[in-house]
Design a protein around this ligand. Structure first.
Ligand SMILES: [Zn+2]
Length: 501
């Protein structure tokens, strides 16, 4: 656990953390932002390069139209205002993986500004609670376009114990940087913000936001100040954290560390810190550059970027229904709970599958219920994600219709689901393999079973006739057991009432 044991609850209560997040998202264009080199991940080192992305003298950048459209679409999904004319700027710094000696980015006139994400602060979506009381708006300061740098390799090649190698395949890959306002007050809110951000970007389709492959990277700025104080404390920046969970842990650690330093009479140094997830601690790396250290100036090789009204309208028309709106609509259309809606909208593909299955089913609500009651638990037990489920949404819909029509019982459905998971096959296939089993609706057979139960349990019969009607459930249970779950429970109920009543 990252949290230091030395920070007392009392000390924590005195301070208020202030968190801002900078997220870099790699855009899914086929070619780079200023040249036609491929952006494919995992290509042999230095094979996707040309004079432009190698930064050779005289090479000139040509802006990728698709990168602009993707960045604009993402900014729109994040509720930003699009700036009609934005300016590319040079951010000057020296680093081995940056051959030009500068990165082309945007500075004082970014592509988009003034957006927001609404996050759920109830902390427990299972409660089904939603609405303004549990919602907090986190401002987005800006979304701008920039190019990625190359990568320094410290391992995985001959001589790596003495040398560092440079792979420039990533140099010039298009990125958007999404900068939040310092509106985030807790590590949990940071986690929730990142989760919602990732989900929104995924829905737009402009990035695969895959943290392992580096297509989503997050830096966190954090400071603490005495509660009620308006002025910000000195912040530190936590860099290179490779999962949302670690970001939460790093922030928990860093907040406590800062409180301890201040409580001990010390001062916070503005610096960049790295998080070690094994130790659960952050370590100071270098003092943080100020903006003037980068000597930003307008990029002389690129014209101002103009995304006029017409182009904006065109891009806006491709904006899909976003997760929050989709959840609201699905809850209304299918009568499902907030929790159901959250699970079913994890990805756009899954939500699409669910909706087409539910629309085709006799009772859409039953489809949603089966996902929650029968599918999720089995997936969890097997450690599978819903996308890896052997039973497809269409399969769930088929099974829901069979229960709806009374062809199979709930118990039979459970058994068939178990078989699906055992065999790794979809429900309709297993249903066929099992010879399309049907629950028994043959009254004479159930009557025989019931007579047997009555004969063997005179005491319960007496109780029932003496007025203890709840004993009926005992008889139903016994008959269901003898029928191996094949009997129709409603029918058994009726027969019990008839025979004993
Ligand atoms: Zn290139």
């Amino acid at each position: 656990m990252a949290t230091s044991v030395e920070t007392s609850a009392g000390a924590r209560a005195k301070y208020e953390p202030v968190i801002g997040l900078e997220v870099h998202v790699q855009l899914l264009t086929i070619s780079k932002i200023f040249c036609s080199c491929s952006t494919r991940f995992g290509a042999p080192p230095n094979t996707n390069v040309c004079p432009v992305c190698l930064g050779l003298p005289g090479a000139l950048p040509v802006l990728n139209r698709k990168a602009v459209e993707f960045a604009t679409l993402a900014a729109m999904a994040l509720n930003c205002e699009i700036r009609e004319t934005s300016i590319f700027a040079r951010k000057n710094y020296f680093y081995p993986d940056l051959p030009k000696g500068y990165q082309i980015s945007q500075y004082d006139k970014p592509l988009a500004e003034h957006g927001f994400i609404d996050i759920d602060t109830s902390g427990d979506k299972r409660s089904g609670a939603s609405g303004a009381a549990n919602s907090k708006r986190i401002g987005i300061t800006r979304v701008h376009l920039e190019e990625d740098a190359g990568k320094s390799l410290h391992e995985g090649f001959a001589g790596s114990s003495e040398q560092t190698a440079i792979d420039l395949n990533r140099s010039g890959v298009p990125l958007i940087e999404i900068v939040s306002e310092p509106d985030i007050a807790t590590p949990d809110e940071a986690y929730e913000y990142l989760t919602r951000l990732k989900e929104i970007i995924l829905y737009t389709g402009v990035s695969d936001v895959n943290m392992e492959e580096g297509s989503l990277r997050c830096d966190a700025n954090v400071s603490v100040r005495p509660r009620g104080e308006k002025k910000f404390g000195t912040k530190t920046e936590v860099k290179n954290v490779n999962s949302f969970r670690f970001i939460r842990e790093a922030l928990e650690y860093e907040i406590d560390r800062q409180i301890e330093v201040i409580e001990g009479g010390g001062k916070i140094t503005q610096e960049t810190r790295l998080y070690n997830s094994v130790e659960g601690k952050t370590y100071g790396m270098r003092s943080k550059e100020q903006a003037h250290d980068y000597r930003y100036f307008p990029e002389p090789d690129l014209l101002p970027l103009v995304v006029d009204e017409k182009w904006q309208a065109q891009i806006r028309s491709t904006l899909p229904e976003l997760p929050e709106a989709r959840r609201e609509r699905m809850m209304a259309n299918y009568g499902i709970t907030a929790q159901d809606a959250h699970v079913l909208t994890i990805s756009r593909a899954l939500a699409d599958q669910f909706e087409s299955a539910a629309k085709a089913a006799k009772n859409p609500k039953r489809v949603a219920n089966l996902v929650q009651s029968e599918l999720m638990g089995r997936l969890k037990a097997k450690g599978l994600e819903i996308e890896q489920s052997p039973i497809s949404m269409k399969g769930v819909a088929v099974s829901a219709d069979l229960v709806e029509s009374g062809a199979i019982s709930g118990k039979m459905l459970k058994d068939l689901y178990d078989l699906s998971f055992e065999r790794g096959k979809d429900f309709p296939e297993v249903y066929e393999e099992e010879g399309r089993p049907e629950q028994s609706r043959d009254t004479s057979e159930i009557e025989k079973l019931l007579e047997k139960v009555i004969a063997e349990n005179p005491k319960q019969v007496e109780q029932y006739r003496a007025g203890k009607k709840t004993v009926a459930q005992f008889f139903v249970g016994q008959v269901m057991k003898l029928s191996k779950g094949q009997a129709n429970p409603q029918m058994v109920n009726q027969l019990v009432a008839k025979k004993l009543g």
